[in-house]
Write a protein that binds this ligand. Structure first.
Ligand code: ZN
Length: 302
């Protein structure tokens, strides 16, 4: 029982062949070439699947993708212009028509949460919030052991909570959204603004860890904005666990401890009690892992 799994992002498509234990027997990536538009991106997925089908006995296709996804029907409900003309596209139908294999599609942050719940940081935890820090801030909510997607498949869009009502313009058209302050891109922008030139986040963290005053001030400001948003979420949901993913989580314990110290000072005592905060364990493989599990759950493969 093998599944072709794909993780479609704005810059690259990661893909592979997974077995039902979630092991990747093969994995690779190609550029998304998002500027060609949603239909071309999905056609690329079809062609890659056909390549995989020549070498492997593929039983189905499971996709993790950016955008709000109607996971019942495999349709993109809404996507930003990172992938032009993606909104409204029926991914499931397009792939099924050409491959005649069962297809499942789910939002990428939801796949991170499913993957981490299956084999990662959220194993044995049925109520948790998963957030990803990257270009934006993504969120996925697990309640009573199940993904909560909302009435229109758009729950967990935490990146667009308002943090500063008259703040920075956001890609969504609003102002002062959380992700304009708490994403890793927001940290990069803050760093280049304060230093007057671009510095990679890896180098920036070297400065912070070495105790350099200016970098610590920037870092503390970013942590403060990040945890102010978390405070709101914690007070609404009262989760058992928060899992933090995205590339920046590679900063490990240092980042985790900064977040924890700040969060525990901000939330009410009853929320702090028994609240765990952990980093995602599967990094950029979590989405493929989640896509694998999502496929098996939908088709009841045990
Ligand atoms: Zn926004």
């Amino acid at each position: 029982m093998l599944i072709a799994v794909f993780d479609i992002g704005g810059t690259s498509i990661k893909y592979g062949v997974a077995n039902k234990e979630g092991q990747l027997l093969f994995s690779s990536s190609v550029p998304t070439d998002a500027y060609l538009g949603g239909a071309a991106v999905i056609q690329k997925v079809v062609l890659l699947s056909k390549e995989l089908m020549k070498k492997w006995d593929i039983h189905g296709v499971s996709i993790s993708t950016a955008g709000q996804i109607d996971s019942d029907n495999g349709i993109v409900v809404y996507a930003t212009d990172n992938i032009p003309n993606y909104t409204g596209l029926n991914i499931e139908e397009r792939i099924y028509d050409q491959l005649k294999l069962p297809v499942k599609v789910e939002n990428d942050v939801n796949c991170t949460a499913i993957g981490e719940h299956w084999q990662g940081a959220a194993q044995n935890t049925d109520d948790f919030l998963c957030i990803t820090l990257g270009t934006g801030v993504g969120g996925a909510l697990f309640l009573n052991g199940r993904l909560y997607t909302g009435q229109g498949f758009s729950a967990g869009e935490i990146g667009h909570m308002t943090l500063y009502p008259h703040g920075e313009k956001c890609t969504c058209g609003s102002n002062g959204c959380y992700e304009q302050y708490a994403s890793s891109s927001a940290l990069e922008d803050l760093v280049s603004k304060k230093y007057g030139h671009a510095i990679s986040l890896i180098d920036f963290f070297v400065h912070v860890k070495s105790g350099e005053t200016k970098s610590i001030q920037i870092y503390n400001q970013w942590i403060d904005d990040l945890t102010t948003g978390l405070k709101t979420l914690i007070h609404i949901i009262n989760p058992k666990l928060i899992v933090i993913g995205g590339g920046i989580s590679e900063q490990g314990e240092f980042l985790l401890n900064s977040i924890k110290n700040s969060v525990y000072q901000k939330v009410m005592p009853n929320h702090a009690r028994n609240l765990e905060i952990q980093l995602a364990e599967y990094g950029n493989k979590a989405n493929l892992l989640g896509a694998t599990k999502n496929f098996m759950m939908q088709f009841e493969i045990l």
